[in-house]
Ligand binder design. Sequence first.
Ligand code: C5P
Length: 394
Amino acid sequence: MVLGLSGGIACYKTAELCRALVKAGASVQVVMTEAAEHFMTAVTLQALSGRPVYTSQWDAREANNMAHINLSREADALVVAPASADFMAKLLHGRADDLLSLMCLARPLDSVPLIVAPAMNREMWANPATQRNVAQLKADGVHVLDVGQGDQACGETGDGRMLEADEILEDLQAFFTPPVLRGRHVLVTAGPTYEAIDPVRGITNLSSGKMGFAIARAARMAGAQVSLVAGPVSLPTPRGVQRVAVRSAQEMLQAVQAQVDSVDVFIACAAVADWRPAASADQKIKKDGTGQTPQLHFVENPDILATVAQSPRAQSGALYCVGFAAESHDLLAHATAKRARKQVPLLVGNIGPSTFGQDDNALLLVDAQGATELPRASKLDLADDLIAEIARRR
Ligand code: C5P
C-alpha cells in the first residue's frame, strides 16, 4: 500500500504505523509531502519500510517519470496519515501540486480506496470549513477515519489527535475484512466470573478472556455491532466494541439479559463459575485465633447460555447461540453432548488446560452437520475463522 504523510506533528505516530504495517505483512511505499519532511525525515521511513521514499513528482527514478501513475496503480490502497487540514482541503478541490495529492487524484477510483487519518488542533478540526471538507470527502468516497480525543501537542485538549498506530492498523484491517456480519448485532461473554466470599476474597478461575475478546474484535472487523460482557480481566477493550464490565455470574446474566432481545448472535465464551458461596459476608471474615476455619456453602449459579438458548427467539432461530466447552479429554464426545444439553446450534470445544492464558488455541466446531476442526493458531486468527464459520451458518 502507499502510506502518505502530510505535514503535522502526528508524523511521529506514522513511523510506528509504518513499522506495524510491515510487521503485519504489508508492502509499504511511503510518499511524503514537503511539509511532512519538516516533521520526519525520509531516512527514518525508508529504514522502517525497507523502500526508498518518494517526495517529489519530479523524481527521475521512475523510467517514465510518472511516479503518481505507477505507484497508485500498484497499490491496494492509499493511506494518508496524518492528513492535515490543508491536505484534506486540497483533496477536496482535486488540486494536485505535489506528488501525494497528484497520486490521490490519479488513483483508479474503483480499485484503489483512499483512506485518510486526520490530525490537527481541536479548533482546526471543529472549524466549519474542516467539517464541511470532511463531509464532502466522505460523499466523494474517501474513507475518513475518526480522530482521537485528548491532550494535543499544542497543549490544548479536545478532538483532533490522530488515532494511535495500533488503532489505525485495526481500522485498516477492518476496512479490508469482508463484512460478513454487517447489520448484525453480536453479544459475546468473556473472561472468568468472580464470586465474592467477603469484601476482600472471592472465587474465580484462570480464564484470561483472550479468546472472547478476540471473538468480539473479529465480529467488529466483520462489520457487526458488538457488545462484550466481560468478567474481571484487564485486557483492553477491542476498538469499536461496547464493553460492559461485570464480576459475578448473576451480574453477567443481568447484563446479557439487558441486551439479548436485540441481538442476532450470542457467543458464550465466558468461564462462568458453576457455584457461588451461598452468602457473601458484608465484612472481612477474620481469623479468631481458635484455629476454626469458616464453612463455605455453595449454591448453583444460573446457566447463562442455557437460559438464553431456551428463550423463544433462540428456539425460533432468530437468535443464533454459540456455546463453548473447555474439556481436558474426549473433546468430540463432550462437545457433542454439551451441544445437545444446552440446546445450541453450534458448540465450540477446546482443551481447557492448553488454552487458559495462552495466545493460541485449537477449536473443534460441532453443529448438526458434524465436527469441523480449526487447527492450532493464534486466538486472533481462530476468532476470524470462527466468525466466518458463524456467518456462514447464520
Ligand atoms: O456447562 P459448562 O460450563 O461446561 O458450559 C460451558 C458453556 O456454557 C460456555 O459457553 C459458557 O460460557 C456457558 N456457561 C454459562 N453459564 C454458566 C456456565 C456456563 O453461560 N453458568
